[in-house]
Design a protein around this ligand. Structure first.
Ligand code: SAM
Length: 231
């Protein structure tokens, strides 16, 4: 992967950026995504945000070597703290981290979401954390994607601010409203695998021990949710 040849996963993420947007890519080691999007002419200005020194240096080097320092500001900082109000960022991308970490970045930086028109989030695990965040903070899913690359399954969530209250069912929150309607082969394979994992865990928990009651009830509910969707 480099700034000219992105992974299938990041290329799909880029496809959700409206042309001419000003973007912030948070967690931007090597700044591949912003460099690619700027070179393609899809993005007018980008911030590449990184909290760790090594990846920050790699991103800085990459942007300099491509002579994109006017179009891409590489900034070191934690999460959304690298965004200033005067940057007038339209789209925030956070990709390649766990859902819980992405959620904590959004929660810590909620003040920097003012004026942002779209979030493109690509959690490696626990996408339900982001759908739950969206409900609490009134952001609505406008699209979702699921894809397989290098033997891993990735989900992409595209969110926009909502005028209305956002509520998802248990199934929608866990599996994704768009993804469960589309029911692609990648989706079915992922959830059949999860189902068999959770059934395995369920079988190993001692149902006779009252301490396990709540855990078993939670597992049972998840299993039934998935079975309902896959049926
Ligand atoms: N976004 C790229 C991608 O999807 O390929 C890089 C993913 S890499 C696994 C995650 C990057 O996020 C790392 O470089 C890490 O240092 C950075 N990161 C983690 N927590 C962060 C935070 N709170 N703020 C900014 N960057 C963060």
């Amino acid at each position: 992967m480099n700034e000219q040849q992105l992974s299938k996963r990041l290329e799909k993420v880029v496809s959700y950026i409206p042309i001419g947007s000003k973007i912030a890519d948070i967690g931007s080691d090597h700044a591949y995504l912003p460099c690619y999007a700027v070179q393609k002419g899809q993005v007018a200005f980008a911030i590449a945000g990184e909290v760790v020194e090594g990846p920050f240096q790699s991103a800085t080097k990459q942007v300099k070597s491509l002579e994109l320092t006017k179009e891409i500001a590489v900034r070191k900082g934690d999460g959304l703290a690298v965004i200033e109000l005067e940057d007038a960022i339209d789209v925030i991308v956070i990709a390649g981290m766990g859902g819980a970490l992405i959620r904590s970045i959004l929660e810590a930086g909620s003040a920097r979401l003012v004026g942002v028109k779209r979030l493109i989030l690509q959690p490696n695990i626990a996408a339900h954390q982001l759908r739950e965040w969206a409900e609490i903070n009134q952001w609505a899913l406008v699209s979702e994607a699921i894809l397989r690359e290098d033997n891993k399954t990735y989900e992409i969530l595209v969110l926009e601010p909502s005028e209305e209250v956002v509520v998802y069912s248990d199934g929608e929150r866990l599996l994704g409203p768009f993804l469960m309607r589309e029911k692609s082969l990648v989706f079915q394979t992922k959830w059949e695998h999860e189902l068999s994992n959770w059934k395995g865990i369920q079988a190993k928990i001692d149902a006779g021990n009252t301490k396990n009651k709540a855990k078993l009830a939670e597992l049972d509910a998840k299993i039934r949710t998935i079975e309902d969707v896959l049926r």
